[in-house]
Design a protein around this ligand. Structure first.
Ligand code: HPA
Length: 235
């Protein structure tokens, strides 16, 4: 047990999928895993452990934003020894070549600030994904015929953004999409020698204003869960 996770040490698998929304964690676990059990519900942040093709997997909510994700990922790594951590979430598209429903695999994540910012001082650290997960996820997405983009994303601290100039610079520098968690996930994974990746569906678009209809969100989310599982356990 930790401050924010009520699970026993043996209740958390080495492979952890991290949706932002705890109810998405519940849906994904019940839909894709066998022998599922609830392992955490502290503060309503649900975590479930089961198996996928015989491999133990935990699916645990991260909450929204890097401070929330940082709490869970610190505890999952340091107290539960999680080795492979894959965020599954949504993002806003930032290039015309990126369409709503497409999948983005975040190779790197730029950010103004993370909860880890204080340790880097004037250094601009470049958080990046684990290559083995990234290439396996690209293969898995290709196998499903999903339009997939691999490149840099932007982890913002705010959803309701008052700095459109920052978005403009991100667009200008080829950033594919904006979300709020990946940069801290990658930084923590690097610090502790773990593997991390963010698999993101484009749920809305900053340039076109288009948004994914709610009936499509579940299917897109399911595709991401499958990509993440196949990346964690390549055949
Ligand atoms: N901004 C930040 N996070 C997001 C967005 C966005 O536009 N869309 C989905 N997650």
């Amino acid at each position: 047990m930790t401050i924010h996770i009520g699970a026993k040490a043996e209740d958390i698998a080495e492979t952890v999928l991290l949706p932002g929304d705890p109810y998405r964690a519940k849906w994904a676990a019940e839909t894709f895993l066998d022998d599922v059990r609830l392992v955490n519900e502290v503060r309503g942040m649900l975590g479930f452990t089961g198996t996928w093709k015989g491999n133990p997997v935990t699916i645990h909510g991260s909450g929204m934003g890097m401070p929330s994700l940082s709490i869970y990922v610190n505890e999952l790594i340091k107290d539960y020894n999680a080795q492979t951590l894959i965020r599954i979430g949504s993002c806003g598209g930032m290039q015309n070549s990126v369409k709503v429903r497409d999948v983005i695999l975040a190779m790197t994540s730029s950010t103004l600030s993370t909860p880890s910012r204080g340790i880097f001082k004037e250094l601009q650290y470049a958080p990046c994904a684990d290559w083995s997960l990234l290439s396996a996820a690209a293969d898995a997405a290709k196998g499903k015929g999903i339009e997939t983009h691999v490149g840099g994303i932007y982890s913002s601290d705010v959803f309701y953004d008052e700095r459109p100039d920052l978005n403009e610079q991100m667009v200008r520098h080829g950033i594919l999409g904006v979300e709020m968690e990946a940069a801290e996930l990658y930084t923590l994974a690097a610090r502790y020698g773990r593997r991390a990746l963010a698999v993101l569906t484009v749920s809305d678009h900053l340039l076109t204003g288009e948004a994914l209809p709610s009936e499509d969100r579940e299917r897109s989310f399911g595709d991401m869960v499958e990509i993440a599982l196949e990346a964690a356990f390549p055949q």
